[in-house]
Design a protein. Structure first.
Length: 217
């Protein structure tokens, strides 16, 4: 009985947080977005290189997942801030780099993909209650990783090489070394999202009626 009370209290707390975040004024949402941009910059410094590729493994992707889950579409704004402020010269890209030249370099496409990924995650999580289960969130994370992050990264890396490498070589250098690590990040993010996101509407979710019908005996 006591355990049930604690669980109910936790569910109410997480609901109240997301409801509070959803109803915040724009100024406060911008402030939260800036905080997550800073978090992404911090996670970018946790990096290491694998043999045969100039693209490092970093913690940025995990930060993007959390930004989208916790901030909704404002998670995308946080990554737009990360991109724009970094392009302006603030050294918070991987390896304490910054500037337009870094965006134009071999890894710039991934950073552009971060913006799209965070916006998409935030939009889906805010609009669909069903997206907040573990399997749905995992599928969402894998989709944004392989489509919205990898593809812009591949395109820019290919152009950066002067279109001088083949597709297989491109995949070996820019995708295959990172699949396992990014899958693990997606699983961890899905576990966290399943635990912290409320399974009832806190905003303008479009599947409220369907969720009610599923829970009606």
């Amino acid at each position: 009985m006591e355990l049930t009370l604690y669980i109910d209290k936790y569910k109410n707390t997480r609901y109240n947080f997301f409801r509070w975040r959803y109803q915040l004024d724009v100024v406060y949402k911008i402030s939260l977005a800036l905080c997550f941009a800073c978090l992404t910059g911090l996670l970018a410094q946790f990096r290491f290189y694998l043999p045969g590729t100039p693209v490092p493994v970093t913690g940025q992707v995990f930060g993007i997942f959390l930004a989208g889950i916790l901030l909704g579409t404002w998670g995308g704004v946080s990554q737009l801030m990360y991109l724009g402020i970094g392009a302006a010269g603030v050294p918070w890209f991987a390896g304490f780099n910054g500037g337009l030249l870094y965006i134009a370099g071999p890894t710039g496409g991934y950073i552009i993909g971060f913006v799209m990924a965070a916006f998409f995650i935030g939009y889906v999580v805010d609009r669909y209650i069903r997206s907040r289960s573990f399997l749905s969130t995992l599928a969402l994370m894998l989709f944004v990783t392989f489509i919205l992050i990898y593809i812009p990264g591949l395109i820019q890396f290919y152009l950066w090489t002067g279109a001088s490498i083949g597709i297989w070589e491109l995949l070996v250098m820019c995708v295959l070394p990172f699949v396992v690590a990014d899958f693990i990040k997606a699983v961890i993010a899905a576990v966290i999202a399943n635990g912290i996101t409320p399974k009832r509407a806190y905003g303008r979710e479009v599947d409220v009626d369907k969720m009610k019908s599923w829970h009606t005996p």
